[in-house]
Design a protein. Structure first.
Length: 95
């Protein structure tokens, strides 16, 4: 049985712990740290509305956070008529 668990959240329902988990994965994957202000602007203050987030957790790990992956679907509507999501900020921590 896999120890991976996936959580799906809209931006408006993310807890501060989940935001920290996403930022931990992004910072551990990319060489440039993701600033909280940029995350807030991009996802929480998006004029199109809620973005969707997937957070992957490995429950076999110990420690403060068990997050190992993250994927953001940025709300980016087309012509203000059609709801659309753009897959961005895909990150997986190296093993």
């Amino acid at each position: 049985m896999s120890s991976l668990r996936f959580e799906y959240r809209f931006s408006s329902t993310l807890t501060q712990n989940e935001i920290d988990d996403i930022l931990l994965v992004l910072d551990g994957t990319f060489s440039k740290a993701t600033e909280v202000e940029v995350f807030r602007w991009k996802y929480l203050e998006n004029p199109y509305g809620d973005s969707l987030h997937m957070i992957a957790y490995d429950d076999s790990l110990s420690g403060i956070s068990r997050s190992v992956g993250s994927m953001g679907f940025w709300r980016n509507d087309l012509d203000k008529k059609w709801p659309a999501y753009q897959c961005v900020d895909v990150a997986v921590l190296p093993s």
